[in-house]
Design a protein around this ligand. Structure first.
Ligand code: SF4
Length: 365
């Protein structure tokens, strides 16, 4: 049975099936050419890519390129979202232009969130956290905008809409007769977001990388298709993308902003974050005896995932934790203790930067 990818709701787990069905290529095919790859790359968290070779070319030959991501402000930012910030920071250090779109028009069409709410949420919740996590928003090549206030995006979306039909939109996104027309239009805004860095105003055609979760692949496929149709007019290069895994929630299902028990929110107090870690589901066995005999299951453990994705830089240390778990030489309590100590440091730092980051965020728009 085919998997449907829905950017507004589904949870995707079967990464192999996804790559086979939709033609996402393994990131392993290109990683050897990446100069000093990030931990997210070397640890397989970024598992897939489309056309990454042109980004490697830019990275290795000092050519201009851009990185774009968008945020639909509809809920709280959780620790899984930090992965996108880590990637933006990595590309920013490599000299990329950074584009950050606040998808307030999409939030209105798909979630009935009005413009003022979307703006407030985006700046106070998302952009402030991006800044607190270390994204440099003071650089000239950093661009932040609200879709509804960006005339270029709206004009481009309207133009490119000429070369896509309702039938195509329906087959890509699963729209039906009850979908409101504004919602049907919003993917064209995402396409325009992704193509914008290639407009003359921003230096003309160049490679663009979009780091996303696999649920956003419909936008990538549509953009690549439409960019080739406007090649004569704008000289667009088909954008590249990478795809990262979703974090498992603390309850064992996908981490989600709408499920408070599954997620550690970046605005949680240090105390709340630590409390959530203490009650998280692990890959430990039923009893101490079983744990010692059979070993634990780090591949099914939300604590181990936290260490891999966010808390431990040192690969050897991670390997040691994994081996001790598999051999039954350590207990889940020890891992939780380590995880919450490290998380405590991260959250204390975030808390200390929060107010200043909010002020900076407000000054950007
Ligand atoms: Fe997870 Fe650590 Fe328990 Fe292993 S010992 S299942 S890594 S918490």
């Amino acid at each position: 049975m085919n998997q449907i990818i829905d950017p507004w709701g589904s949870s995707i787990i079967d990464y192999d099936k996804l790559t086979q069905q939709f033609g996402i290529r393994p990131f392993g095919e290109v990683i050897d050419d990446v100069p000093n790859p990030s931990k997210l790359m070397t640890r397989g968290i970024i598992f897939g890519q489309r056309d990454y070779k042109q980004i490697n070319d830019a990275l290795n030959n000092n050519k201009p390129f851009a990185t774009i991501t968008g945020m639909m402000p509809s809920g709280k930012m959780h620790i899984g979202h930090k992965m996108v910030v880590d990637q933006l920071k990595w590309y920013q250090k490599k000299g990329s232009d950074i584009f950050l779109s606040i998808a307030d028009m999409e939030a209105y069409a798909a979630r009935s969130i009005n413009k003022e709410e979307a703006r407030k949420l985006a700046l106070e919740e998302y952009v402030a956290n991006y800044i607190a996590l270390g994204l440099d928003v003071t650089k000239d090549n950093f661009h932040l905008y609200l879709q509804s206030e960006n005339e270029e995006i709206k004009n481009l979306a309207y133009m490119i809409g000429k070369k896509v039909t309702f039938n195509q939109m329906r087959s890509i996104y699963g729209f039906d007769n009850s979908t409101n027309v504004s919602h049907i239009y919003t993917p064209l805004l995402q396409v325009a977001d992704i193509l914008q860095p290639q407009l003359e105003k921003y230096g003309g055609p160049k490679p663009v990388i979009v780091p996303v979760g696999p649920d956003q692949d419909p936008h990538i496929r549509l953009t690549r298709d439409l960019s080739s149709k406007f090649n004569d007019e704008f000289g667009f290069i088909e954008p590249s993308a990478t795809f990262h895994r979703f974090m498992t929630g603390l309850t064992g299902e996908k981490m989600s902003s709408s499920k408070p028990k599954s997620a550690i929110y970046l605005t949680d107090s240090t105390k709340e974050a630590v409390k959530k870690v203490k009650s998280a589901k692990t890959g430990g066995r039923e009893s101490l005896k079983e744990q010692k005999e059979l070993g634990g299951q780090p591949d099914k453990c939300s604590i181990y995932e936290l260490l891999v994705y966010h808390l431990i830089d040192d690969d050897e240390k991670l390997e040691e934790i994994k081996n001790k778990c598999l051999n039954g030489e350590t207990l889940c309590g020890n891992c939780k203790q380590l995880a919450f100590e490290l998380l405590e440091d991260m959250f204390e730092e975030l808390e200390s930067k929060r107010e200043e980051s909010k002020e900076i965020a407000q000054s950007l728009l």
